[in-house]
Design a protein around this ligand. Structure first.
Ligand code: RTP
Ligand code: MG
Length: 139
């Protein structure tokens, strides 16, 4: 079934001039950009987006990091795009994310209190609908 997912190029990806490189991984896989915008997200938006992590030790550093500069928010669509995008991203820790993935190829630990891992992708179809609504006010 055709799905939609929310991809974010996080502030570290924008700062490092990797927007095109990161989005190319999804586009060359065959997924289609349905909508896209660049913005510096507010704490309010990010607290909704990262609701599931409220109370965890990395929550505040994460919100601070994500609001530290512009991010690129993209709706990608395609067959099984939610799962496919997660596979292209690699696991959360960029030091150990497999080579060939976005995080594995372009990320590493910077000795900071937050994992800067370049990219976010919705983790389920339900999360994708919720997140697209938060970032684009639409389903
Ligand atoms: P994302 O939601 O950004 O796609 O990443 P994910 O599913 O791979 O990771 P998740 O567990 O949802 O965590 C969200 C983001 O929080 C940061 N994080 N830092 N221990 C830490 O320092 C830590 N744990 C998580 C990462 O930026 C992660 O992507
Ligand atoms: Mg997540």
């Amino acid at each position: 079934m055709t799905e939609r997912t929310l991809i974010l190029v996080k502030p570290d990806g924008v700062e490092r001039n990797l927007i095109g490189t990161v989005l190319a991984r999804f586009e060359t896989k065959g997924y289609h950009i349905a909508d896209l915008k660049m913005l510096t997200p507010s704490h309010e938006l990010l607290e909704k987006h990262y609701e599931e992590h409220k109370g965890k030790p990395f929550f505040q550093p994460l919100v601070d990091f994500m609001s530290s500069g512009p991010v690129v928010a993209v709706i990608f669509e395609g067959e099984r795009v939610v799962e496919g995008a997660r596979s292209l991203m690699g696991s959360s820790d960029p030091t150990t994310a497999p080579a060939g993935t976005i995080r594995g190829d372009f990320g590493r630990d910077w000795g900071e209190n937050i994992q800067k891992n370049l990219v976010h992708g919705s983790d389920s179809v339900e999360s994708a609908q919720r997140e697209i609504d938060i970032w684009f006010n639409q389903h």
